[in-house]
Ligand binder design. Sequence first.
Ligand SMILES: NC(=O)c1ccc[n+]([C@@H]2O[C@H](COP(=O)([O-])OP(=O)(O)OC[C@H]3O[C@@H](n4cnc5c(N)ncnc54)[C@H](O)[C@@H]3O)[C@@H](O)[C@H]2O)c1
Length: 471
Amino acid sequence: MELGRREFLAASIMTGAAAIASKPAFGSAGRGTMQGFAAAPIPELRVGFIGLGMRGPGAVHRISQLPGVRVTHLCDFYKDRAERQNSWLAKNKKPKAKVHYGEEGWKALCEADDVDLVYEATPWYMHTPVAVYAMQHGKHVAVEVPAALTLEECWQLVDVSEKTRKHCMMLENCCYGEVEMFALVLAREGAFGEIVHGEGAYIHDLRSLNYAEMKKGGYYNHWRLRHNKVHTGNPYPTHGLGPICQAMNVNRGDKMDYLVSVSSRQAGMSAYAKAKCAGTWKADMVPALGDMNTTVIRTALGRTIMIQHDVTSPRPYSRINLISGTKGILADYPFRVAFDVKGDGAHSWMADKDAVKLLKEKSHPLWKTAGEVAKRIGGHGGMDFLMDLRLCYCLQNGLPLDQDVYDAAAWSSLCDLTEKSARNRGATQDVPDFTRGGWKTAEPLGIVDVDLAKMGFNAGKTKKDDGQLNV
Ligand SMILES: NC(=O)c1ccc[n+]([C@@H]2O[C@H](COP(=O)([O-])OP(=O)(O)OC[C@H]3O[C@@H](n4cnc5c(N)ncnc54)[C@H](O)[C@@H]3O)[C@@H](O)[C@H]2O)c1
């Protein structure tokens, strides 16, 4: 089969200009770190959405329920997808937005005067180009995961964010999961002792979604399958990695130093395609992506992180979510904790009912404040709403965001680094220091919250996010 334009673009990203492993410290005019950066408050926040497929509409529904936040622009390749969200706004008594569509309609959205934040839920290959264009046109950006596909793109995001003084946050919603935020509370309290190891994953059987035609609920133009055809390593590393990095203070006291990555052979996708897509181009397509990719990262302070990716095996969903230290361990799927209370070991997990009780008692303040309404509105059990809530709250109140451009770059850099390592017998890859040394002095992420009363948020009036369910 001939390479499509998008497939060609995706392939050329990897083989084109050499990826940049390290960059000099700040120097050029107008530059400065974005660590701890806070923009001027934007009490009336105007948001433009790009990409309204499976993921985008839920975000429109969640964000438009926040006081002082208005959806002013909607964009998708397909006009009817953008118009459908405009009808939703009208039906829910919200002001109508301006609609953009077509291959480059997103540019007009980024250029518009009445947009403060561009919220992007497009195929991966568009993430960085759109985010960069938006920042260059004076907009803050929130971009879906992964924010970038190559080291070059990671550096581009960092450079442009620093130069334009615009936020670039990756929408790593799993950092707002109930268990992940509970783990952060325990980490900050020292319940794990010295944290020495973490494990995360994206184990999610996506075969039916990857191979489905768009009109039957699949991705736009099979963008994910086409990516998997030409790329291996771990193309989707951040759901498991992000929360562990926050607990370990990666980029804020520690940094990812180097990694090794190994992929299994590919078998599951081909077998599925032969069985389910006989007679189509999909049956003959041999993906480069190995079924299971395993990566081990070592940090500057000597911690290790194991990250896995498997979207082709018939396995129940898991992000693993394991944090382990000198005094205790938390693991998820299923949720478990164990602590070395007397200093002589922790040989069994805490009883389930006690673990759940602890989860409630030591629930993260954000979950205590807004967990109930987040569960009602929804979006992966509430974490999507909490992410959007914190993002808008910080922008409205002129606070630093929970995830900065360095997190976006460092976490996303695994896409490129794992592929390079996996294609070279697990050769060690250095993880660039996107903070240019700032990791040594940056403040760790605090235990953050929102003030719903100050926002004028009426939880009783909220509507369920009827977005899709895949994380
Ligand atoms: N964080 C999460 O839990 C989560 C969950 C699902 C998806 N995602 C991410 O969200 C993004 C979108 O995924 P999805 O499942 O919605 O895919 P999708 O294919 O359903 O949606 C992508 C949308 O982008 C549109 N699009 C394509 N080209 C465009 C262009 N030139 N201009 C404007 N719009 C264009 C398509 O028409 C489509 O509506 C991906 O990055 C994915 O990884 C994240």
